[in-house]
Design a protein around this ligand. Structure first.
Ligand code: SF4
Length: 707
């Protein structure tokens, strides 16, 4: 325990705020870190409450096998033995891992190394699949790599900020505070919010476009056509630095050339639409922030590419105050992307479809078992568990029984799976109920490692107190299993610093051999000679950075017009509007939207234990418009039944003008354990985007009736 101020990083969202924390009379006190470039001292309600999760109630304190406490040695031996038997009898691919953006970079790295490099199974995915995988897929299509072009500083430099599909005020509060502060400094800064709901964020915008849910591609295709018609294109940029423009423009023009038609289908006035298009066309510095309203869709990748197309068409990328900007949900979703946390990527942005990358990673890890093909993405992974193809699954730091769509199917899958291992810091989660083996993991304040935020800034989470009970760091648990499985040499790390140093070395390993188009030309090379002391003293650093200095050299990517494609040119992607997979009809006439509330985090496994975070909104609810309340004979605060084609639940109705007629909204947080019938995921179809595999969590046809 330490009673001096320790610099660490928030464990909740992807803004990645710096925190200073100290222990006083066994209590952890936190304050915003004024030196951290993400927040400059600001914290939101969740960050302020972080101290209260340390040593709080409900922790998982020791390992369990089949509901009985056991020793670490027994638990590790059983997992290693059972995994080996599964591999021997059914093959490597019968093992699955499901990870979390709550894991630290070191945990993520060794989990991937074990699965993809040594067990030889590609079936390792992460809950980041539910969060920003559509952005990853779109970045790769347009830029040739999963690269976030801009940085937070652009929010203060922009003249127009577009916030698409994000309630920033509640979901990324400190970034919202930065934008509001920027507007106070520069009142001419305009803010446009694109969101079907009149959220707190939308209420403070200069322009709110409450478009019909799912029509974002139409909106941005209309913008691309408008830019062309008004001679607002950056023809030099398009000619010099991009490919595929004509086809993308043709598709946009075909479906979005008629403003009145567009306005009708977007369900907004043509005046509002024209104003948005004019502002985008006439403003020099434009940032488009986007999040789950864009990503969580059966055409999420196309939606992101429709945004990227517009920025490329005007060369609004790679410059101060300009660029498309994907906001990550979790504290280390970005770190997971970097170390290959997803089923379709390898560590250090190496790619499956590149034999040279495969050969290099095999040599670096000294393994002959490195998988050659991508594995199953989250929805398919649990489907394979349900079908008996996966015989053993290890879930780390996440609660898929609540967060996955069609949660009843996930329950069935886990009940049928011969071996379910769960490591978590909390004892009673909905997923833990189905675990054969439960492993206690360290929580924030106990663990130590790196996280990367939405603007590619790597920061340290540091240890403040001793682990609760027998809890251990995730990287330690994974490495112990790996060693018992016979991979001793590859997983014999002394500490988390050794793991990070190995990962950093990989980012520069034989970099020159990969040619000029490799993202690894701009890498973590400043960190490759990191000492353990430097690791411990590490200050927040945005990658990439200049070799052998501690300076970031690329706040923004693509300033030179060079992208990571074969031709070094950015790709316009031809996209056209596709309706959601499951459509409304006379039985299910309302569109159910889902999202977060201000003071809770994910499935509330930790935040529900903090009383002050439960006072803002204390129970699940469904928002519906007064017109629909009349149509369906529903009164404010009454219990209602909400039904989709796959499930039904009971919750409380809140009649609100924030939601348009024809739509309803429910928070994603509550679970069956917390509110027996308020878990929204039981209604959501497992429809996914064909490129990213991200589920369509923002559009579920439902009906509502008094209960
Ligand atoms: Fe933590 Fe996100 Fe709030 Fe910052 S904005 S304090 S990272 S929850």
């Amino acid at each position: 325990m330490t009673n001096t101020w320790v610099k660490t990083t928030c464990a909740f969202c992807g803004v990645g705020c710096g925190i200073e924390a100290r222990v006083n009379n066994d209590k952890v006190i936190v304050r915003g870190d004024k030196q951290h470039p993400a927040n400059f001292g600001r914290l939101c309600s969740k960050g302020m409450a972080l101290g209260e999760i340390v040593n709080n109630k409900g922790r998982l304190l020791q390992p369990y096998i089949e509901g009985k406490t056991t020793s670490w040695q027994n638990a590790i031996t059983k997992i290693a033995t059972d995994f080996k038997q599964v591999v021997d009898h059914f093959g490597s691919e019968a093992i699955g891992f499901y990870l979390s953006g709550q894991l630290l970079t070191e945990d993520y790295y060794v989990a991937n190394k074990l699965m993809k490099g040594f067990i030889g199974s590609p079936n390792i995915d992460t809950n980041s699949r539910l969060c920003m995988s559509s952005s990853v897929a779109a970045h790769k299509r347009a830029f040739g790599s999963d690269t976030v072009p801009g940085c937070y500083e652009d929010l203060e430099k922009a003249e127009l900020i577009i916030i698409a599909g994000a309630n920033l005020a509640w979901c990324h509060p400190v970034l919202y505070q930065r934008i509001i502060a920027a507007k106070q400094q520069a009142p001419n800064l305009k803010i446009v919010v694109i969101d079907p709901r009149k959220t707190i964020t939308a209420q403070t915008a200069d322009l709110h476009l409450a478009i019909e849910p799912g029509t974002d591609v139409l909106l941005f295709n209309g913008l691309l056509h408008y830019l062309c018609q008004g001679n607002k294109l950056n023809n030099h940029f398009i000619r010099q630095y991009t490919e595929g423009f004509s086809l993308a423009l043709q598709a946009a023009t075909n479906e979005a050339h008629d403003l009145l038609f567009l306005a009708k289908h977007l369900a907004i006035s043509s005046d509002l639409l024209t104003q948005f298009y004019r502002w985008f066309a006439e403003t020099d510095k434009v940032v488009t922030l986007y999040s789950q309203g864009i990503n969580q869709s059966s055409c999420g990748t196309d939606k992101v590419n429709s945004i990227l197309n517009c920025h490329l068409a005007m060369g609004k990328i790679g410059k101060p105050g300009c660029g498309p900007f994907s906001l990550t949900g979790q504290p280390n979703a970005m770190g997971g992307r970097e170390v290959g946390g997803m089923a379709n990527s390898l560590a250090a942005h190496l790619e499956f479809n590149n034999p040279q990358h495969h050969e290099l990673l095999s040599r670096f890890w000294h393994t002959s078992k490195l998988v050659k093909q991508p594995g199953l993405k989250a929805v398919d992974l649990f489907d394979a568990v349900a079908k008996g193809k996966i015989k053993a699954i290890w879930i780390m730091g996440t609660n898929p029984v609540v967060s996955m769509p069609n949660s009843q199917h996930v329950i069935t899958a886990l009940k049928n799976c011969p071996l379910v291992v769960v490591s978590d810091c909390m004892l009673e989660t909905d997923t833990n109920q189905y675990a054969d083996i439960l492993l206690p993991a360290t929580d924030w304040g106990e663990k130590s490692g790196m996280v990367t935020n939405s603007e590619r800034r790597i920061s340290r989470q540091r240890t403040l107190v001793k682990p609760a009970g027998k809890a251990k760091p995730d990287w330690w648990i994974i490495c112990e299993v790996a060693k018992q499985m016979g991979f001793y040499q590859a997983f014999n790390y002394e500490n988390e610093a050794d793991i990070f140093k190995e990962y950093a070395k990989l980012t520069a390993f034989e970099n020159d051999a990969l040619g000029n188009n490799s993202i690894r030309d701009l890498d973590l090379s400043l960190l490759t000679d990191l000492t353990t002391q430097e690791y411990h003293d590490f200050t927040p650093t945005q990658w990439p950075a200049i070799k052998n200095t501690k300076q970031s050299n690329n706040k923004r990517f693509f300033a030179d017009g060079k992208f990571y494609t074969q031709t070094t040119k950015a790709q316009f992607i031809t996209v056209s509007y596709k309706p959601p997979v499951t459509k409304t009809n006379s039985t299910y006439p309302l569109i159910l939207n889902t999202g977060r509330i201000r003071d809770q985090w994910h499935t509330m496994t930790r935040t529900s234990f903090i009383p002050k975070l439960c006072t803002h909104i204390s129970e699940p609810y469904v928002h519906l418009n007064p017109l629909d309340a009349t149509t369906f004979s529903i009164k404010h605060d009454e219990l209602v039944q909400l039904t989709s084609n796959i499930g039904t639940l009971i919750t409380k109705a809140k009649v609100s003008e924030q939601i348009l007629s024809g739509q309803v909204f429910m928070p994603m947080h509550w679970t069956r354990m917390l509110a027996s019938s308020g878990q929204v995921s039981q209604l959501i179809n497992p429809n996914v985007d064909p490129f990213s595999g991200q589920p369509e969590s923002k559009y579920t046809p439902v009906t509502i009736s008094p209960w």
